[in-house]
Design a binder for this molecule. Structure first.
Ligand code: C2E
Ligand code: MG
Ligand code: MG
Ligand code: MG
Length: 278
């Protein structure tokens, strides 16, 4: 009897494994089709000066509307896109769409802000990122100074000659480079002295519950001081409350992003948001 139960449990386990493999396979197939079918969209979330009266940049955030499952979050499909190599064409699509959109803001005279695009480690390591960015800037006519690339610590960690060369080429184009989610990777501060990154974005996990977590508050103060000492700008993400904002003002962090200021919005809402602000 024990044997039979064990056997059933094993069969159950095996069929669940098969389900997971099937679901994953389906996701991969759907993702590949999604690019061709135009199921991706970019939403934009503004970055403000900490007082909230001036928009400095708009971060492009990828959204996927699955025909059956509805909206799927980037956290649920970007790692898969990275695994199957789709992040290269997808990342290129994001860059191009964001640059095109940013040019429209100026053409329609409602903004001259930067557009910030998230770039995955794979794009830095494998693609000809600098070449792609150069082509897109040329084709869209976006001024290089209006494009900001948000890189993660993991992207910089590989630190191969190729990655270093790509970063130098991007800087030479005049594009801004930001280190996103700062403090969450397996950081070595050494790369801050070797890479030409203009800006640190403090990960939102440090903002959370700041009133009750003195360690988080201490880390924010230390990162702001570090950025200042290195001549870098610092931006806080995930600012949701007035208390967090007050803390940031006190810390000397001058730029912020978060639900307190504005949530990510579809491209069509950016125009309406701008005049309302001024
Ligand atoms: P991220 O670059 O750190 O982007 C910030 C994330 O925090 C966004 O989530 C944004 O909606 C969310 N957020 C902003 N303000 C607040 C706040 O006040 N509170 C809270 N709780 N959350 C806030 P989203 O859009 O789901 O994106 C998640 C991550 O997916 C991004 O983190 C980024 O790493 C990645 N991602 C998004 N779009 C792209 C893309 O086009 N390419 C690549 N490679 N990665 C992307
Ligand atoms: Mg980002
Ligand atoms: Mg971030
Ligand atoms: Mg983050």
């Amino acid at each position: 009897q024990v044997k039979a139960a064990g056997r059933n449990a094993w069969m159950f386990f095996e069929s669940r494994m098969n389900d997971e493999v099937r679901i994953r396979h389906r996701l991969e197939t759907d993702l590949r089709l999604a690019l061709e079918r135009g199921e991706f969209q970019l939403h934009y979330q503004p970055q403000f000066d900490v007082d909230g009266d001036e928009v400095i940049a708009w971060e492009a955030l990828l959204r996927w509307q699955h025909p059956l499952h509805g909206w799927i979050e980037p956290a649920d499909f970007i790692p898969v896109a990275e695994d199957i190599g789709l992040i290269l064409p997808l990342g290129e699509w994001v860059l191009e769409a964001a640059c095109r959109e940013a040019v429209k803001w100026t053409d329609q005279r409602y903004g001259n802000e930067r557009v910030a695009v998230n770039v995955s480690a794979r794009q830095l390591e494998q693609g000809d990122l600098a070449g792609i960015v150069a082509r897109i800037l040329r084709e869209t006519g976006l001024a290089p100074g209006r494009l900001e690339l948000e890189l993660t610590e993991s992207a910089l960690m590989s630190n191969t000659p190729r990655v270093q060369q790509t970063l130098r080429d991007l800087k030479a184009l005049g594009v801004h480079l930001t280190l996103d989610d700062f403090g969450t990777g397996y950081s070595s501060l050494a790369y801050l002295s070797t890479f030409t990154v203009d800006r640190l974005k403090i990960d939102r996990s440090f903002m959370r519950d700041i009133e009750n977590k003195p360690n988080n508050a201490a880390i924010i103060l230390a990162v702001v001081a570090l950025a200042k000492a290195l001549g870098m700008e610092v931006v806080a993400e995930g600012v949701e409350t007035l208390q967090q904002r007050a803390f940031l003002v006190g810390s000397g962090c001058l730029k912020a992003q978060g639900f307190l200021y504005a949530r990510p919005m579809p491209a069509g809402s950016v125009a309406a948001f701008m005049p309302a602000r001024q």
